[in-house]
Design a protein around this ligand. Sequence first.
Ligand code: DSN
Length: 429
Amino acid sequence: MTSFCHPGYFDAGLADVDPEIHAALAAEEDRQRDGVELIASENIVSRATLEALGTAMVNKTVEGYPGRRYYGGAEHADMIEQIAIDRAKALFACDYANVQPHSGSQANLAVFLAFLKPGDTVLSMSLSEGGHLSHGSTANLTGKWFNIIHYGVREDDGFIDTDQVQVLAEKHQPKLIICGGSAYPRCIDFQAFRAVADSVDAILLADMAHFAGLVAGGAHSSPIPHAHVSTATTYKNLRGVRGGLILAGETSLERKLNSGVFPGVQGSVILNAVAAKAVCLGEALRPEFKAYAHNVLNNARVLAATLVDRGVDIVTGGTDTPLMLVDLRPKNLTGVVASDSLERAGLTCNKNGVPGDMQPPGITSGLRFGVSAGTTRGFGAQEFEIVGNLIADVLCGLEGKTADQGQLEGRVAAEVKAMTQRFPIYGTG
Ligand code: DSN
């Protein structure tokens, strides 16, 4: 029999076929197991989600929507996508869901395409005050092709000022208003945003990427009854595969939104990701996910309060979401120096601009922390108090309060490893 593949093509494992990639993947699993993950956009998916991603569905190509495909052999793909849609609608109590966006940015871009023409005006929160790249940053396509007006946060307390949003909306008459972002830690008044949008006849988009899991678990108010359209990612506190969702309370915008995704900004569907989205949405529909969501919120508040007690400045003084933002300016530290030191100590986070930051994005004056991944592996209030104190120790060291930062990082890394060993992931339990 002639084979057109290398020997073992269909059956040999990765370790034999590609030891280099296998070793890097194994090392990444070790890194995740041994460290404390504090990057707000990360989580730890279930074994079931990993399995759904690694199936023969990866071979299948479809375009279009269930029952209306441009390719044959789509019956199982249709079933999976329809299950994902139905679960998303049940989870978020809405009548419209699109599960195809490859990411949150793609979901947002599809909304732009559904409602706007190049040059139209959009009012959104600036990236530097907590918004998101895909909400009209000058570096992003949305910022290059649309007329973007930004609102920010109040200088004195770091909260959004919806009166400022109203003034800007009246002055600039946007067609689209966006609330939500990637580094805003507080509840957003969705009703007030909708009133602003209605007053200028704009569409309101709520990007709930950073709190969708809390909405799903009943630990945060939902934007869906207020916004015309909401977007989310599935991989942060929703605890699933990387990908995006578009949701709306009712179906009147279905045609526009569906064509915004396909054929607007995407071609074929990443079906193994849709299968994995269905799995995470199914997991989020279980009663235990409610407990998870409430634990995330509680843990975030414990971490923020611990940091504040240790003299670390938290923007807005606390959080209503899984994330918080540290302002390092009172400590005369930069985000890059602090995040590098924390990483050497086994605490992974990201440097982040803070409102009014004068440092460039590659340096920044802040850090962003999230608790979704730690909560998944079982950390509770006690562990997040320890984590908060370890972070504060590292920052104190950087301020020059400890003679040897390397030694301090080593001590913290050992404590981190001892703690994470008590909360194993993926088959090490
Ligand atoms: N939007 C980026 C973040 O918030 O980290 C990636 O999801």
